[in-house]
Design a protein around this ligand. Structure first.
Ligand SMILES: [Zn+2]
Length: 470
């Protein structure tokens, strides 16, 4: 048993405030999560029965802490305390399109439904789409995301994530060519780059360092050579991550090969994009050479099993990529291609879909849970700050209840089995990001959920009308 008993500098271990106000400048100095089972994901992968102390936005103690009279602590007795889950590919701007694009393969899904819908967004609809997505993510224990916004109104996405309190890396979606792209989403190279740089300057490092900017070209099919080359150069110059989709669908890879005479990953590599700043969603249709390029260049790969199954895209060769040393993390993708934003569903699928191909021992639960935490932290470039419960790391934490019948009987010896195969988003009891308690016992403390629901509903009616889909 490992104990690092940290006594708070004021002598007594006091408590913690469960109240919340909308004043974003308010700082919660201390929080104690009592009596939980800590799934630390530290290098020794220790599972500890201990209290966890949070001061300001960091984990400052793991051990035993007594709460003083009148103080409050989160009671995690019988619950799992885990590093916040990290989804490294989502589209907050698409949350309002859930259920509007079922039974389509990727290119039809984009051309017939998603692009017209994205092109119909206004500032308010994209804001409430983003808040709706954050509400679902935070309730399900996801504390950090990598997000691709749409072409316009990206400012509203940043305002939403600033309010919601989630940790965020993302940016404006870039599109400057391609078949069936609506005029409302078609950008010029110059505007795409300039607007991205303006947003980077405005938002990178905001909200106490909780928000960061990434260049987000949609995919090679909808971005010119010139645009992708500029992004590669600017990424290198300013150390800005690049997030894009690649090799999700056979028609997509065929289009790229026909146009450039290179397979998709060879093409991205020829532009100087393959490196540890690149976060690449999907990566299903890769030949052996492409897999080698991704592993050797330390490109981050995001596995999105739910989306890949629903669009009929395919099954990524994750066990092989993992064995080659590639960093793999997980994401739900957008609401209209999943149709859930639950990391627990993605973990379960990531494990199960490989078993018929590689046998029941493939993709074991501890490995999948590491992808959902440490892998995500690495993709974010924040492996020293989040992804595990260790003293000095940022306090991004979820507390998971094991009370549901789907957890019975509770096998304390195999917490990973509970987390990957059994847990559901609704089991999350508390969510903390950057030291702030954002959800407790079914109450989202950072948002007025009724208001968000009402305004999101009004926005949906407006955008489907603009998109001409009714
Ligand atoms: Zn996507």
């Amino acid at each position: 048993m490992y104990f690092s008993l940290t006594i708070h500098k004021h002598g007594i271990i006091r408590i913690y405030l469960l109240r919340y106000t909308h004043d974003k400048n308010e700082v919660f100095f201390m929080l104690v999560i009592k009596n939980g089972t800590l799934v630390t994901m530290n290098p020794e992968r220790q599972i500890l029965q201990a209290d966890l102390l949070i001061e300001d936005n960091c984990i400052t103690g793991i051990g035993e802490f007594a709460a003083g009279a009148g103080d409050t602590a989160i009671n995690a007795q019988g619950k799992l305390v885990i590093p916040g889950l990290i989804q490294t590919h989502v589209h907050l701007c698409q949350t309002l399109f859930r259920g509007m694009a079922d039974n389509l393969e990727l290119l039809d899904w984009l051309r017939k439904r998603i692009w017209p819908l994205e092109g119909s967004h206004d500032e308010e609809s994209i804001y409430y789409s983003s808040l709706s997505g954050c509400a679902e993510l935070l309730r399900g224990g996801t504390t950090a995301i990598i997000d691709m916004a749409s072409v316009h109104h990206t400012e509203s996405v940043f305002q939403a994530v600033e309010l919601a309190g989630i940790r965020y890396l993302g940016g404006k979606c870039l599109m400057n060519k391609g078949e069936a792209v609506p005029a409302s989403l078609m950008d010029t190279t110059e505007n795409a780059v300039q607007e991205s740089l303006d947003l980077w300057q405005r938002w990178d490092g905001q909200a106490n360092g909780r928000i960061h900017y990434a260049f987000c070209p949609r995919f090679a099919v909808s971005c010119s050579d010139e645009l992708l080359r500029s992004l590669a150069a600017l990424s290198r110059q300013h150390n800005i991550p690049v997030h894009t989709h690649a090799s999700e669908n056979r028609s997509e890879t065929a289009l790229i090969e026909k146009e450039h005479g290179l397979s998709n990953i060879n093409y991205l590599e020829s532009l100087g994009l393959c490196n540890d700043r690149l976060i690449l969603a999907h990566c299903i249709y890769l030949n052996n050479e492409e897999m080698k390029i991704l592993a050797e260049s330390k490109t981050n790969i995001v596995h999105c099993p739910g989306s890949n199954l629903k669009l009929g895209s395919g099954i990524a060769r994750i066990p092989e990529l993992q064995a080659m040393g590639a960093n793999i993390s997980l994401g739900a993708d957008g609401a209209p291609c999943n149709n859930n934003l639950s990391m627990f569903m993605e973990m379960r699928l990531a494990s199960l879909i490989q078993k018929p191909l590689h046998g029941p021992r493939s993709m074991p639960a501890p490995l999948v849970f590491a992808m959902a935490t440490l892998g995500g932290a690495k993709a974010l470039g924040l492996e020293k700050e989040v992804g595990s419960l260790e003293i000095g790391k940022k306090a991004d934490i979820a507390v998971v209840s094991l009370d549901g019948w789907h957890h019975q009987p509770v096998q304390a010896a195999d917490v990973y089995s509970h987390l990957v195969y059994q847990a559901q988003a609704s089991d999350v009891y508390a969510t903390i990001v950057d030291g702030r308690l954002l959800m407790l016992n079914g109450q989202l403390l950072c948002l007025d959920e009724n208001d968000v629901r009402t305004r999101a509903g009004e926005s949906v009616s407006r955008i489907i009308q603009y998109a001409g889909l009714i």
